[in-house]
Design a protein around this ligand. Structure first.
Ligand SMILES: Cc1cc2nc3c(=O)[nH]c(=O)nc-3n(C[C@H](O)[C@H](O)[C@H](O)COP(=O)(O)OP(=O)(O)OC[C@H]3O[C@@H](n4cnc5c(N)ncnc54)[C@H](O)[C@@H]3O)c2cc1C
Ligand code: SF4
Length: 340
């Protein structure tokens, strides 16, 4: 049985108190939300914070504001809250779909939006027990000096495996980060680095407090996920797409994001730009899918063959855009679930 290392536990009741604790602890503390990723990581000694600071007693982190002018979602909303709430539809469908395919129902009851956005990167050589990792002399990401995926590389290329971040990026989300020295808001697309170790720009003294969305009235969105098991599994490729159409079916605005194909979720800006002012027909969808797929750079460090994952990226973009156009994609979805 894997046991947790010893740690000090703090449970602040307000965001100010939490910011004070993180400020005092510097890099020794980590925020704990649902704990569905951090606690297993601690058992495997991938992360060994001296102090765990629970966010679950801070009521202001669990709010939902959904109105005509946009949405503000507290970081401690659970994924089950989001997946099961009928208000997360139409423009917000991609987020509800992404939340509903994370892990299992039990995990979604604990797992939070903030934890999913801040999720550690993953790799076949890293997501292993301490003893397994020790037997290969660890790796660059933790306790070692060599990257076993690319031994000549000085950079870790562990994969971003968050489901909600690509969906939120397609929705144009921003995040609000709070620390003792103040707060800042930034587009979610700017929160990540393409680096498996230093994957997030959140400073250790910052708490991700909320996700902010502009009005998505008139938008449609969708999320497509590739995983081995249809019941539950981490994504090994995902595509989120959102679009607003004119009355005659021309794309007025669009955003496409590709997940689990690099150390960070990627924005397919060129493909989205290409679609603007065009209808979604076979030709434009095929062109956008080809352009979007170019940014995917999967490596051989997660499930499924990397060249195949690269190849099916265009197909997943096609499925997403066809769904936005109004095609009935249930047969494709069913086929994929069975196949997976
Ligand atoms: C069997 C299994 C299957 C899984 N499948 C999936 C999957 O399919 N897709 C997927 O995306 N994930 C999956 N996960 C990973 C995990 O369950 C989810 O990503 C979950 O959303 C993490 O949220 P959490 O609240 O539990 O985060 P925690 O484990 O509490 O924290 C995760 C990280 O985020 C930091 N953090 C949390 N909240 C904040 C905050 N507000 N501000 C700053 N930092 C914060 C923590 O310090 C930690 O570094 C799976 C996990 C398991 C065990
Ligand atoms: S990509 Fe390389 S350094 Fe990063 S976790 Fe995998 S083996 Fe380790």
């Amino acid at each position: 049985m894997m046991r947790l290392p010893l740690f000090e536990f703090r449970a602040p009741r307000t965001l100010e108190e939490a910011a004070r604790i993180l400020d005092g602890e510097k890099t020794n503390a980590m925020p704990l939300a649902g704990g569905t990723d951090l606690l297993p990581n601690m058992k495997r000694r991938q992360q060994v914070p001296r102090t765990l600071m629970s966010l679950r007693h801070i009521q202001s982190l669990s709010h939902v504001e959904l109105g005509h002018s946009g949405a503000r979602l507290g970081a401690c909303l659970t994924l089950a809250d989001i997946a099961g709430d009928p208000r997360f539809r139409n423009g917000l469908t991609a987020l509800a779909q992404a939340a509903s395919v994370v892990a299992t129902p039990q995990i979604r009851n604990m797992a939070t939006l903030g934890g999913n956005i801040c999720l550690d990167t993953r790799c076949n050589y890293y997501d292993q027990s301490y003893e397994w990792r020790k037997s290969i002399n660890f790796c660059l990401k933790k306790d070692g000096t060599t990257c076993w995926v690319a031994p000549g590389s000085s950079k870790c290329m562990a994969v971003s495996s968050t489901d909600t971040a690509p969906a939120l990026m397609a929705l144009g989300a921003r995040v609000r980060l709070v620390s003792r020295s103040g707060e800042r808001e930034m587009p979610l697309s700017e929160l990540y680095n393409n680096d498996g170790i230093d994957y997030i720009k959140r400073r250790p003294d910052e708490i991700l407090a909320e996700v902010v969305l502009d009005s998505l009235q008139g938008w449609k969105s969708t999320y497509w996920k590739l995983r081995r098991r249809g019941s539950f599994d981490f994504p090994v490729l995902s595509v989120a797409a959102a679009a607003r159409f004119s009355k005659n079916g021309v794309v007025e605005d669009a955003r496409i994001a590709v997940g689990s194909a690099a150390c960070r979720p990627l924005v397919a800006a060129e493909a989205a730009e290409y679609l603007q002012g065009r209808p979604l027909n076979q030709e434009t969808i095929a062109e956008a899918a080809t352009v979007a797929a170019r940014i995917a750079k999967p490596l051989d460090n997660t499930d499924f063959d990397m060249t195949w994952r690269k190849r099916v990226t265009a197909e997943f973009v096609t499925y997403a855009l066809r769904e936005l156009r109004g095609d009935d994609m249930r047969p494709v979805n069913l086929l994929l679930t069975r196949h997976q």
